[in-house]
Structures are given as structure tokens and as C-alpha cells.
Design a protein around this ligand. Sequence first.
Ligand SMILES: [Zn+2]
Length: 339
Amino acid sequence: MLEVGRTGVLSALGAAFLGAALFAQVPADEDVETHVAAARAAAGLDFRNTFINLCLPPAGRGGAGAARGTAPPGRGASVTPDRATWYAPPFKVFDNLYWLGTRQHSSWALQTSGGIVILDTNFAWATEPEIVEGLGKLGLKSGDIKFVVISHAHGDHDQGAAELQKRFGAKVVMGAPDWDATLQRPASAAGGVPTKDIPVGPDGYTLTLGDTAITIIPTPGHTPGTLSFVFPVKHEGQTLMVAYSGGTLTGAFGTNAARWDEYINSQRKIAKAAAEAGATVILSNHSEYDQAYTKARLIAAPRQLGEDHPFVVGADAVQRYFTVMAECAAASKLRAGAI
Ligand SMILES: [Zn+2]
């Protein structure tokens, strides 16, 4: 049709307005469901807790706490909680990677030819029983700790940093914005306050110790200075690449669209780095997300035909993990009305 009468134009405009109105109002719920469905599919049975904690609105989580089995003890407390609620023995996970966690929170020791790098430290009360004694039980020396890399400055991951720095001369690595937050803590803060060593800016940082290089990737979102890592481990003579997710929850973003977008972009960034490196292992600093405590105990168990090392999930699953995070954040952003 070359000619459109006035009525026709008005009708077309009316339809356009109606269409715009429908587009603005109706698909919002559908969009949330689309993102949730994408996250659910990506999670499969592998990453159920990540999906539940990030994707479901708080009222819908229901069994998430039950799924975890135990509530995380004593957040921020300087008093040691009942050992029966948290203690776990240390485990050798790969030839040069050791798990030093409590049942809830993980610290990792990466052994290099130049000494040990500790990734995340747990609460202050866990430093002695889990990190120092844990290394000893595994035949390693705490005096060999050269670096402590903190994924983000929350007490359940960084309270041990100051003590490891003071006792063993370890250098502490943290995202620059999280250093700023840390240095504002009072000296009486649980675990004390570390002296500023190495801040990681927006361009990231490669930490090299001996024969091992850790690619440190800023993934702001959970905190402004959250860091994630990609690094090699040795397993039965082969090199495997690990992707380490440094911060998970998105609870406090509210209607701040920029914070949601920053978080989502960060997941895409670490996913890309993981893909380029060929990462087949996904690690977290919370056992509820990567099943570290359960998997660590399974390492020694006999494997059935077709079963791999429990921490080797494959490149596809590593990507799916970050898809869960990004898609859940996209759903939660819409749900929060942060547009
Ligand atoms: Zn945190």
C-alpha cells in the first residue's frame, strides 16, 4: 500500500502505542521467567544451591537452608563457635592444591615451586585449626606461605589475612576497593587489620610465584573489589585449569541497575577467561556452591566406570556455573524493578 488514509495512519499509531504498552507491561514477568528458566537449565543438578540462592526470591527459597545442612556459624564473631558445627579435616585435592576449609567456608592452598599461595582465609577463629594445623597435617609448612589472595573483603573470607601476614610474612593481595573498605576497620576488628600490600585495580593482575601464575580478574559485584581467579593445577602429571568464583550473592543491590549490570558483566568476563584458559574445574569459597567439602571426601573413594575426579566437572559445566550467576542476576534485577 502506497497511500495510507488518515484513519489508517491513526490506526497504525494506535496499534504502535498499544504494542508499546503491551511490551512495557506484559513481558516483564515473562522476562523474569525466561532468565530463571535459562539459569535452571544451566544449573541442572550440579549447581542447585547457586540457583536457589541467586534465582529464587527470598520467600521462595524454602529448603535452601535445609539443603545446606547446617547454618554458617558465627559470622563476624570473635568467639569460636562450637567445633562440632564446623570442623573439617584438610584434604589434598590435586597434586598441588589443598582444601583447608570448614564445612561451610573454604580456604585453599596452592603449592608452587616458590612457596604456598593461600586463596581466601575464612574467619579468624579458623586460621589456627584449619589453615596452620591443616597445612601441618598435610605435611606442608605454614612458613612457606608467601601470598594470601582475598577474593573479597567479607569476614568469612578475609579475617585470617592479618594473622598470616604477621606470623609468616605473607603478602596480602586484594581488590583495590576492598582494601579501602578493609583499612577503615577498627584495629579491634575480628582477626585484626592487614597492612596494605598488593591492591588489584580494574586491569587485573598476574600473581607469579615459582612455576605458577594466577590470573586475577576483577569481578566487581558482590563487593566493589571482588576478585576471581584462573590458575593451573597439576593432576596425575597433567595440567588442569581452575576457574575460581570470588563472590556470589546479589542480595543488597535493590533498584541500583548499575550494580546489577556490573555483576552480570563480571560473570561474563570470568566465564570468557575460563573458556579461553580451558578451565574444567570450578571452585568457590562456599562449599554450598561447589560442594567442596563433599567432593574433597570423595576423592579417596573408588570411582565407578566413567566417573572422573570429583572436582573435574568439564569446560561446559564451568560455563554453566557462570550462566547460572548471570541469568539469576538478570532475573533478580527485573524483579527488583532496577531498569
Ligand atoms: Zn561475601
